[in-house]
Design a protein around this ligand. Structure first.
Ligand code: ATP
Ligand code: MG
Length: 169
């Protein structure tokens, strides 16, 4: 199945991680590719070492991504990350493949939505694929088997509370 977790509220990446945790209980293997990130301090990057069958690879870089005018380096990393994702999916490298932040990569045209959707449509019957991130494009929603919109009702960020270790990252 193809699952898409999108929307403005908190809970997209952590919902995907929840599936990985649940899957591990049944011996399912998860591969998570985190687009736009390269920071080993993330809780999920630390936890990957603790959960058998859970592999996380950050395919971005540790820098601010300018979505309005992305740096060529970021475009190159997105492309390389997507090529890796395609290979993993085609080879069925895991039972669950999480493409973290892919939605925003598509929304900001850092990868072509039609190319990505065409591939995901072909392979979503063969394994569980989860994409996360804000602003999932309509074309992706159309081919998904499940779409959840995390709607922000309230977030402590607006009270000036910054990202907390182990809770937000
Ligand atoms: P999480 O990883 O906690 O499940 P997320 O994947 O839904 O969050 P992202 O859009 O990937 O959210 O943003 C990542 C970071 O931004 C997290 O630290 C998260 O807590 C925070 N965040 C999520 N939603 C909001 C919001 N509406 N306002 C401010 N910060 C947010
Ligand atoms: Mg996220």
């Amino acid at each position: 199945m193809l699952q898409v977790y999108t929307g403005t509220g908190k809970g997209k990446t952590t919902a995907a991680l929840g599936v990985a945790l649940r899957g591990a209980g049944y011996g399912l293997k998860t591969l998570m590719l985190s687009f736009l990130k390269d920071d080993p301090a993330y809780g999920e990057a630390r936890a990957a070492r603790l959960l058998p069958g859970f592999v996380l690879k950050q395919v971005g870089r540790d820098a601010f991504v300018n979505f309005r005018n992305p740096d060529p380096v970021d475009l190159k990393l997105c492309r390389a990350g997507w090529e890796e994702a395609k290979k993993a999916i085609a080879q069925k490298a895991a039972d669950i493949i999480i493409l973290d932040e892919l939605n925003i990569v598509l929304a900001t045209h850092m990868l072509p939505t039609n190319e990505v959707c065409e591939f995901l449509r072909q392979y979503s019957h063969t394994l569980e694929i989860i994409t996360t991130g804000r602003g999932a494009p309509e074309e992706l929603l159309k081919i998904a088997d499940l779409v959840t919109d995390m709607q922000e009702i309230k977030h402590y960020f607006h009270r000036g509370i910054a990202s907390r270790n182990g809770i937000d990252h």
